[in-house]
Design a protein around this ligand. Structure first.
Ligand code: GLU
Length: 503
């Protein structure tokens, strides 16, 4: 394969949606797999859509995911600058070149005139496009005399440069994921390449930069497939070799109906952004995966499998493993439904894989906020007992609070079911029995309990459930012997006695 150079080329028009992160990820995996170069280029030529903070957000999000760039706005590189607004001066000559070669033309139609055309077409239930037909009667350098065009240009009459779509031609394209694609030029319009504000449009800047930056493969979202014929025609017009293209399928809503949108997240209760985003204008907040407690590698693992499959049953992949096995020919053609439950499942798998010490360390942050201090050793033990039960570290509190505080109340349902006229006496006797244990550890506690229950011919379930109610306040939690060892003898006896009093 030729020297692989790929780029992720976001426009800083808002926060990066997870679909965008997936595009960056596939570019990254492809680059690393093929010993290639990964480039981050910021496409900010559309000043009307520029959003403050979006570029910083993109950079921070990708860094959190572990997606690294060899050339970028932050690390620089041989083709710097990597921000299109800083390359502004460069594009005009290419626009001029296309005019000179007859592949583009000046158009002087005002926005009002074009709006008028649109309205007229609409009234006839048609759609106005600036194309091979309409350009013949609009105000442009194809219909005007050379003198008039020169005069307009000299007088700086506002104008744009449009690409001249060749008439009645077939554009033949090859996409790595979709295979051969053919489009007739009748269906294309003469897109603007250069705007009246002196800025190139996305199409021109994108092609020029991909060429200058020696991009070998363009891997991007399917929404850009309709632009591909124009891009291919642009490469032909310049006489440049086009890169290879791979258009990634869309990420769909969980029900499969339509593209996953930024509103779906908070509406359906899962994040669609990698990290938190606060809209600089409206102040509206969108939740991120990072802040929701996801591990970046779990997030990346989940995203990798949304559209690509390894061809095996394996689901858990580290970034290094992904790099080894990734290939574009295992990317599917159809959209992938986003599955919020599966996403949590991935985090759960990664949480289980962490060492108890690491999870305890993360959990400690939450405990500190609650002013709870506890020995590391104990924390690690607690974590080991409940780790399997939660998808997120933040959920640990709900599974462990009774290790840190005595019950404030008792679950009424459980009381009704598990507390009877004999319970108080039984629990009092049990407390006496437990307080006699010297080495208050799970094994000895279990042994004592078992013997005492057998001697008295009590039901194991009845006793254990009542005891759990007194120690935990509810019908939940890990093995009782473990709970008692961790909270200690004194606390165990206290909880039993105060529970008897309250019930
Ligand atoms: N700037 C475009 C975007 O925001 C890049 C499309 C492409 O990769 O060509 O998605």
């Amino acid at each position: 394969m030729k020297n692989v150079r790929v780029r992720f080329a976001p426009s800083p028009t808002g926060p990066l949606h997870i679909g965008g992160v997936r595009t960056a990820l596939y570019n990254y995996l492809f680059a690393r797999k093929n010993n290639g170069t990964m480039i981050l280029r910021i496409e900010d030529t559309d000043q009307a859509r520029f959003v403050e903070g979006a570029e910083k957000y993109i950079v921070e999000s990708l860094a959190w995911c572990g997606i690294e760039f060899d050339e970028s706005v932050t690390v620089g590189g041989p083709h710097a600058p990597y921000r299109q607004s800083e390359r502004k001066e460069l594009y005009k000559q290419y626009s001029d070149q296309l005019i000179a070669s007859g592949n583009a033309y000046y158009a002087f139609d005002t926005p009002e005139e074009l709006e008028q055309k649109r309205k007229e077409a609409e009234a006839e239930k048609k759609i106005f496009t600036y194309n091979a037909e309409s350009r013949k009667y609009l105000c442009n350098s194809l219909t005007m005399s050379k003198q008039d065009v020169d005069k307009y240009l000299n007088e700086d009459v506002p104008h744009v440069v449009r690409f001249l779509i060749p008439e009645k031609t077939e554009v033949l394209m090859y996409d790595i994921i979709r295979g051969k694609v053919v489009v007739q030029t009748e269906s294309l319009d003469d897109k603007v390449l250069f705007k009246s504000d002196g800025m190139p449009t996305y199409h021109l800047a994108n092609i020029v930069d991909d060429h200058l930056m020696e991009i070998s493969h363009v891997i991007r979202g399917e929404e850009w497939l309709p632009s591909l014929p124009l891009h291919i025609l642009l490469y032909q017009a310049f006489g440049w070799e086009a890169p290879e293209f791979a258009h990634l399928p869309l990420l769909l809503k969980p029900d499969g109906n339509g593209k996953l949108s930024k509103r779906d997240g908070d509406r359906l209760g899962f994040p669609v952004f990698p990290i938190d985003w606060i809209d600089p204008v409206s102040g509206e907040k969108y939740t991120g995966y990072r802040e929701s407690g996801y591990y970046p590698d779990a997030f990346v693992n989940m995203l990798a499998l949304l559209g690509w499959n390894p061809g095996t049953e394996q689901e858990i992949f580290s970034m290094d493993e992904l790099i080894q096995v990734f290939s574009l020919d295992r990317v599917g053609k159809s959209g992938s439904k986003f599955d919020p439950e599966k996403t949590k499942w991935f985090n759960h798998q990664y949480l289980i894989k962490q060492s108890n010490e690491a999870v305890a360390n993360d959990f400690n942050v939450i405990l500190k906020e609650k002013s709870i201090e506890i020995k590391t050793e104990k924390m690690v033990k607690i974590v080991s007992l409940v780790k399997e039960r939660v998808p997120f570290v933040k959920d640990l509190w709900n599974e462990t609070y009774f290790f840190f505080e005595a019950p404030q109340s008792y679950d009424e349902q459980v009381v009704k079911k598990r507390w009877n006229e004999n319970s108080a006496q039984q629990m009092t006797d049990l407390a006496t029995k437990l307080s006699a244990i010297e080495a208050f550890e799970t094994v000895t506690i279990d042994q004592t309990l078992k013997e005492w229950i057998e001697q008295n011919q009590f039901g194991m379930g009845a006793i254990m459930n009542a005891l759990r109610l007194l120690l935990v306040g509810a019908a939940k939690g890990p093995h009782l012997g473990d709970i008692m060892e961790i909270i200690g003898k004194e606390e165990t006896i206290d909880r039993i006695n105060s529970g008897i009093n309250k019930l």
